[in-house]
Design a protein around this ligand. Sequence first.
Ligand code: SAH
Ligand code: ZN
Ligand code: ZN
Ligand code: ZN
Ligand code: ZN
Length: 461
Amino acid sequence: MDTRVNMPDEESFGIEVIIQEGDKKAPSCPHGPTLLFEKVCPGEPAGRRFYACSACRDRKDCNFFQWEDDKVSEDRRLAREAENRRKLPEFTHQEYCARFLEFVSLPLEQKRFCQDCHLLLLPPEWTAHSSHRALSDDITVARLRRPSLLLRPLENKKSNAQFLFADRSCHFLLDLLAGLGFRKVLCVGTPRLHELIKIRNLEGKEAPVRSLLLDIDFRYAQFYSEDEFCHYNMFNHHFFNGKTARGVLNAFLREVGGAKVVMVTDPPFGGLVKPLAHSFSQIFDAWKALNPSGNAEGEMPMFWIFPYFFESRILECFPTFSMLDYQVDYDNHPLYKHGKTGRKQSPVRLFTNLPPRDVVLPEQEGYRFCAVCERYVSPGNKHCPACDACTSKDGREWRHCELCSKCVKPTWLHCPACQRCTLPAHPCGGSEVQPGCFACGSPGHKRRACPCGSRARGARG
Ligand code: SAH
Ligand code: ZN
Ligand code: ZN
Ligand code: ZN
Ligand code: ZN
């Protein structure tokens, strides 16, 4: 059922994102500049390029489409701009903030929240929402501090599904960051972490941590000031509130008085790794430019939360990163819960550019330190002497295969016909399930690794 994880990636469709450097300007949809994609059809000499929405994988949510070489008339361009403006949120962030102040000052019995419109209502607006489902019970200040509980998670299957951290993972993350000495957390698509940071600050037991939330979910603008939240698209590094928001980010990234900043992001899993990495690099660059005194090769510390099977693609973009064994779990996710008891283990991990040995994983959950690998590993992850590493990716104990000379999943067996380890019930020898290279048809490699060159598209065979 999980669309965040089983989404076929761009490559398996023969569609690739082209990151454009330089000043070639992509047309904009309501979600900011679009991305350039290339569709590769087997046997065709060249792929065709088109612009489509960066944020929405589903045409139903944003149907922007334009071939790269399309000529767009002035009329069409103006119509598009009008359409983009029409899709903007009902209120500006400033207006939302003013509304919030007014809302807070209302007596409790006049505090209402419309669940259909995801909106804090002011008394003159009640009639307009009279046929909607409105919450009017106890919208206390304490509840306003937990907007992630008040707002129903967005369920848009392909692009916007929100999966909120379970308390266990959220507290672990915050304890970890505070323990590592970070005083500022840039939350990119992590509203619940942002919320927890603010709540902990109020409790006042530990040194305060500042937090800035960047998220495409504009509903949060109702609850946070312009210094705490920016309406942002992480697939194209687009700030909907332009210059003001960029200024907020820059001010946040500046490490005044030694207040170290770390970034934590939990993007939609169906998301494209390349454009995400491109956006994050721009944040890193801004951080570097704003903190020039730091050592030259220093990178902005970051945690990227993503499923383990994206490991190679993340490392391709960020070679200094490593994947940690910690299993992140979610409240509103029925399948991925921590522990072995009947439920599936979560496939979601932390990727970081911090030294893995510094990221202490909870011992009471069975994580242990491997002195050879110099990192904390899950209980089932045994150090393999042949590989000289703790090789398990999914938390189960993996088995070393002498013939493959590597560790493999416990459920796999070595198949002499295929000359590799695979599931016992696989289509043996003959037609492979793996489509292989989209360009030349070879099963041995993916298109990106095609020796024919990335733009060569020969006949199959
Ligand atoms: N586990 C996190 C939520 C992760 S769900 C937590 O509990 O805080 C993914 C988040 O990314 C959501 O908050 C969603 O609104 C946001 N998001 C989805 N698409 C985005 C985009 N294109 N740009 C910025 N944020 C996006
Ligand atoms: Zn769009
Ligand atoms: Zn080890
Ligand atoms: Zn091994
Ligand atoms: Zn094998």
